[in-house]
Write a protein that binds this ligand. Structure first.
Ligand SMILES: NC(=O)c1ccc[n+]([C@@H]2O[C@H](COP(=O)([O-])OP(=O)(O)OC[C@H]3O[C@@H](n4cnc5c(N)ncnc54)[C@H](O)[C@@H]3O)[C@@H](O)[C@H]2O)c1
Length: 321
């Protein structure tokens, strides 16, 4: 990929998509953002990301649903797309218990539509978001790309695994160069309001109790958004055939430890309501990042201490209070 080329970013108004789009624009790429601005969480935040992060930049925005093949095809006809960075998806483990069909339409059909169009329009590179959730409730110390990932414990995880398999089949059939990125609990400014850091910060400041699942014994490999954006751009630029990469910090933090960091930076204590593990949740995530390090020359830099501070600073200055 040369930086004069055009990258279509699906989910470009989303948390990760808007940061990746920003990084691509800064490197000189032309960016085409596709997003349906759905109401899974407040679409105002999606508008705000596009306005603040992509302010003044040269990019094109389409409000299109990727499950609508004909509308998506119009985008490919109008824009001379060189690469696709496919980040649009219905996220969230808990939401998938109550709204299963949107996972099928956005994550499975949406991905298939993009693959068909990528084949028909001779796309040179296809990078897509997968997830640490494909590892299921693994008991391994570190999760590696070669591990068996046949036991998803949520529908969300099953559709992310399905994404990997659909993509592999199109790579195998049509030789489209691809990279699949298994992201590990991404957090940072402009983050998702349904995720722990955002919800905890919001509630602690309002002096509302926070819900701590798994009695606080869960561990997550929290990974800062700037590291994720860098790794994603590296995967777009690297010459590859088909590879899957873990993008995680590589050092899990307990949920209680994470809450302590938030309390420290807010200067306020949380009122904790301990609850059992939720259906579909896993006890721990932990990335072996050696492959991304060797092949993509990617090394995450921002620790949870530093990253939580950056989030809290953004939340206070820029966002909601
Ligand atoms: N944030 C994380 O911790 C994390 C971890 C693992 C994997 N992922 C994956 O990374 C990707 C981005 O996640 P995110 O955290 O930025 O979520 P997000 O919800 O903020 O972003 C997804 C974006 O896709 C859009 N979208 C959803 N369905 C669509 C559809 N049918 N058509 C068009 N647009 C649609 C949404 O409006 C949203 O703006 C997703 O594929 C997600 O599964 C995220």
């Amino acid at each position: 990929m040369s930086n004069k080329e055009t990258v279509l970013v699906t989910g470009g108004a989303g948390f990760i998509g808007s940061h990746v789009s920003k990084s691509l624009i800064e490197k000189g790429y032309s960016v085409v953002v596709v997003d349906n601005f759905n109401e899974y969480y407040d679409p105002e935040l999606k508008k705000k990301r596009v306005e603040s992060l992509l302010k003044g930049a040269d990019f094109t925005l389409y409000r299109v649903d990727i499950s609508d093949y004909e509308s998506l095809k119009e985008v490919f006809k109008k824009e001379d797309v060189d690469a696709v960075c496919h980040l649009a998806a219905q996220a969230g483990v808990r939401y998938s218990l109550e709204h299963p069909f949107v996972y099928e339409s956005s994550n499975v059909l949406g991905t298939l539509n993009l693959l068909e169009l990528s084949k028909d329009f001779d796309i040179k590179k296809f990078v897509f978001a997968s997830s640490s959730s494909v590892y299921g409730d693994s008991k391994k110390e570190k999760f590696s790309e070669g591990d068996v990932t046949d036991s998803p414990v949520s529908l969300y995880a099953a559709t992310k695994k399905a994404t990997e398999l659909l993509c592999y089949s199109y790579h195998s059939l049509y030789k489209i160069p691809m990279a699949g990125l298994r992201y590990f609990t991404v957090y940072g400014p402009y983050g998702r309001p349904d995720m722990a850091l955002f919800k905890f910060t919001e509630n602690i400041l309002k002096e509302d109790p926070i819900e701590v699942y798994g009695e606080g014994n869960m561990e997550r490999d929290f990974t800062y958004i700037d590291d994720i954006a860098k790794g994603t751009v590296k995967a777009i630029e690297k010459d590859l055939s088909f590879e899957i990469f873990n993008l995680g910090f590589g050092s899990p933090v307990s949920l209680l430890g994470f809450i302590e960091l938030i309390e420290e930076h807010l200067g306020k204590k949380a009122e904790k309501k301990f609850l059992p593990m939720q259906k579909g949740d896993v006890r721990k995530t932990s990335a072996d990042t050696s492959k991304a390090n060797e092949v993509l020359d990617w090394e995450p830099k921002i620790s949870a201490e530093e990253g939580v501070k950056k989030f809290v600073d953004w939340y206070r200055e820029d966002n909601c209070i």
